[in-house]
Design a protein around this ligand. Sequence first.
Ligand code: BGC
Length: 450
Amino acid sequence: MNKFENSQLSKEQFGEDFLWGVSTAAFQIEGAHDVDGKGASIWDVFTSQKGKIKNGHHAINACDFYNFYKNDIQLVRDLNIPNFRFSISWSRIMPTGVAPINQAGIDYYNNIIDFLLECNITPWITIYHWDLPHALELKGGWTNRECVKWFSDYTAVCAQYFGDRVTNWMVINEPSVFTGAGYFLGIHAPGKKGITNYLKAMHHVTLSTTAGAKILRNTLPNATIGTTFSCTYIEPETEKQKDIEAAKRVDTLLNRTFIEPILGLGYPQSDLPVLKKLKNYILDDDLEKMAFEFDFIGLQCYTREIVKHSLLTPYIGAELVSAEKRNVTATQMGWEVYPPALYHIIKRFNDYKSIKKIIITENGAAFPDKVTNGKVFDIRRTHFIQDNLEQLLKAKKEGYQVDGYFVWSLTDNFEWAEGYNARFGLVHIDFETQQRTIKQSGLWFRDFLA
Ligand code: BGC
């Protein structure tokens, strides 16, 4: 059977209240990096440095969503997608990260919100998707505890200006990824390295997540407040005790370290001993401060990782066995195509009884799509989405809670250190001309959601 044409999936199987959406992030799509009073972010600075991004790509123009937002929101509407997730660029509305605000930036996001509502699309705001104002980085950025205060004030500005029309909020996107890549490995902005930077950033980001959530709760009592976590299904390479323990440490780092403190469980130090070093940065009532009852938790799952014991990796004593080494099908990111990961992750996070709602706020795949005669036949992405939806449905049928699914992403966009090579969109972009072409996956999703 050709699944591409004959998928057995129907929207109705997921239930009437199930939320369907598409996710984006400011830095990856907006461009207009310095117009109308916008200040520089750490990603503007990082992308301007030699050798940081593949092929020397930068995001000065990206998808030019700054100018194309109406066109692209109309695409969302044409694809029958009822929910649109986007993030606010902090330095666009507060150029130095703190007051004063930049009215042109506020106007821009107000225009987006108003146009979404005009198109009958529900806006979902992510307050922070990795683009810290550079002016704050000069003061230490996330490694400086003051960042909790800066972030709180910025959140209050977002609530004040957008909260009259926006109900759905996500505080911080994937803290484990941007602290790990940006503060430990140095491969993402701001390019800091080392365990001290990492632990400080981790703790301040966690404190900020709940500080921001509390501000939203106090100023917008009717808001639906969530925050998003990246999660990866982890399995040991063998049944050897050493590999099992290594897999457990990686699982703790990737899947538990950031969510458990906000669920009131504290940091999982006994399963990842390096976290004990956090004691240098944790103040008296921090554990209490870090807990918050979110209305929903956004999970973002793309793949699984196979882990083996390794003496060569400090702090974690584990190594990932790449998809390439295992000779399994992978995406352009090198991530194994393994849809059951989503099922396992949903099941796993259902174990946390205090989570009220789970929404898959990102899932998708990068493949090197090309436009041929005005069409993009991205059969692998179409299958990827269908197969992941089948796994989600399986979890749902078994009684696990999951309340929504957002595709990453609407259009191809700036994929951080990978530049423009990794294409994740339901809509293809020719970055020379900004020409948009709906891919076959987008057409399938449109018909599925009709
Ligand atoms: C991030 C996105 C990113 C996507 C694919 C997530 O880690 O939230 O910004 O583009 O995954 O890598």
